[in-house]
Design a protein around this ligand. Structure first.
Ligand SMILES: Cc1cc2nc3c(=O)[nH]c(=O)nc-3n(C[C@H](O)[C@H](O)[C@H](O)COP(=O)(O)OP(=O)(O)OC[C@H]3O[C@@H](n4cnc5c(N)ncnc54)[C@H](O)[C@@H]3O)c2cc1C
Length: 398
């Protein structure tokens, strides 16, 4: 017999229902499980993701994963990027090093998003996740919310929208996401790595456009190239062709294992909550992937939210969640935008100016050291809950 799709009244099925089992939803679920809350993750996908969007995991995120005892497993499965070499039109400009950043983790970890999801899912346990289950409707009442899928209706004290940048829940509660689409486009491919670059990241800023390259586990490497326009399906061989033209490097198209394209967007919702429905991760904010901060910002949202959802009345703490997490996301959005702007200026004069500026900055030791902390997200305000001043964490009357 199919379960009822009517909204049951009375006691709630769960403390928290998380809509979306992406990296942020699963991390939040793991943190809530650790606190002993009754939870359920509803995920539309029936199969694991086939692509590897987010790869860069920063030190603050590793500290959050450490709370679950998972940092060591993440580190063991990823590649530790300690140096990022920056090249201009006329050769190497300098190096952003993470070797001296003031943190226990002195590297950016590179790990495909699919592996991040798999580790979190295994830690959480399959019994807390319902896959192939799309949420169609959500309603809220005084004491609880009701979530409807094609199969059933479930109740919980709070519903967390971790359903990504095109969040259906955000739409259902009428929350506006003021999306800005950048006039900047990229094609991307993961390759079998024969570059000889080892564990280094390389950024090439050229007159004709940017080329970025990051190591991946399993002897692979990601290459990202700036393109003229948005391409739904980049033609096979395009990434290799643009790398060759701009850098002179031979990266054979035959070594390419995956291809995709993206046009960065940004938004930061004015509020992250509407009553008992709370936005988290890409559902709340989106930034340019150039800079590798979106998932990391979502991880810090999840950490904050996990801490308040186990309070007696979490709603009293939501103003603090809104304030601190919006501010952190806004900083990351602006930094990603500036980084992308600087790296993607084309033409002789802008390229020459950029070369001079970056060469000068990267040769100043204190600046170069600060850049390591900057790109490792150590200088994002409130990058973990530990950085939030306790005095400002006061519950508000509602
Ligand atoms: C090319 C690229 C590279 C990137 N690199 C980095 C990087 O290096 N570092 C970094 O920090 N970030 C990076 N990002 C950003 C990162 O991928 C996102 O910030 C991250 O995926 C957000 O996670 P999330 O869990 O909030 O949302 P998502 O990953 O989008 O997950 C949302 C989940 O919700 C599910 N869902 C949606 N609607 C419903 C529904 N109605 N019912 C049930 N389930 C639903 C979806 O199936 C999905 O599994 C990159 C992004 C791109 C595009």
């Amino acid at each position: 017999m199919r379960p009822s799709t009517a909204c049951p009244a009375g006691t709630t099925d769960y403390d928290v229902i998380i809509v979306g089992g992406g990296p942020v939803g699963l991390l939040l679920a793991c943190l809530l499980k650790q606190q002993g809350l009754r939870l359920r993750v509803l995920e539309r996908r029936a199969e694991p993701i086939a692509y590897s969007a987010a790869i860069g995991i920063t030190p603050p995120s590793l500290q959050i994963l450490d709370k679950l005892g998972l940092a060591a497993e993440f580190v063991a499965r990823g590649v530790q990027v300690r140096d990022c070499l920056v090249h201009g039109q006329r050769g190497q400009l300098g190096c952003v090093s993470f070797r001296e950043i003031p943190d226990a983790y002195r590297f950016i970890l590179s790990l495909p998003q699919a592996t991040t999801i798999a580790i979190l899912q295994k830690h959480l346990g399959q019994e807390h996740v319902e896959s192939g289950c799309e949420v169609r409707e959500v309603r809220q009442f005084d004491q609880h919310c009701c979530v409807k899928t094609d199969e059933h209706a479930l109740t919980a004290r709070f519903v967390i929208a971790c359903d990504g940048s095109r969040s259906r829940l955000r739409e259902l509660i009428g929350m506006r996401a003021p999306v800005h689409v950048y006039d900047c486009h990229f094609a991307m491919g993961d390759f079998t790595d024969r570059s000889g670059f080892g564990e280094e990241a390389h950024l090439f800023f050229t007159e004709a456009g940017a080329v970025e390259s990051f190591p991946l586990p399993g002897g692979q490497r990601r290459w990202i190239v700036q393109t003229e326009t948005h391409l739904d399906h980049p033609p096979r061989g395009l990434v290799s062709e643009l790398i060759k033209k701009r850098t002179g490097l031979d990266i054979p198209a035959a070594d390419q294992l995956s291809e995709s394209a993206f046009t960065p967007r940004k938004f930061n919702c004015a509020r992250y909550d509407e009553g008992r429905i709370i936005l988290c991760g890409d559902a709340a904010h989106v930034m340019s992937p150039i800079g590798g901060q979106g998932m990391n910002t979502g991880f810090a949202d999840a950490e904050f939210l996990a801490a308040i959802l186990c309070q007696a009345d979490p709603r009293k703490w939501l103003p603090a969640y809104n304030h601190f997490r919006r501010k952190a996301a806004q900083t990351a959005i602006i930094r990603a935008e500036w980084g992308m702007w600087l790296g993607t200026r084309r033409g002789k004069a802008p390229s020459l100016l950029r070369d001079v500026l970056l060469k000068f900055l990267l040769r100043q030791k204190p600046v170069a050291r600060h850049m390591g902390s900057f790109y490792a997200m150590l200088t994002i305000p409130f990058n973990t809950l530990k950085q939030v001043p306790l005095t400002s964490l006061q519950p508000r009357q509602i």
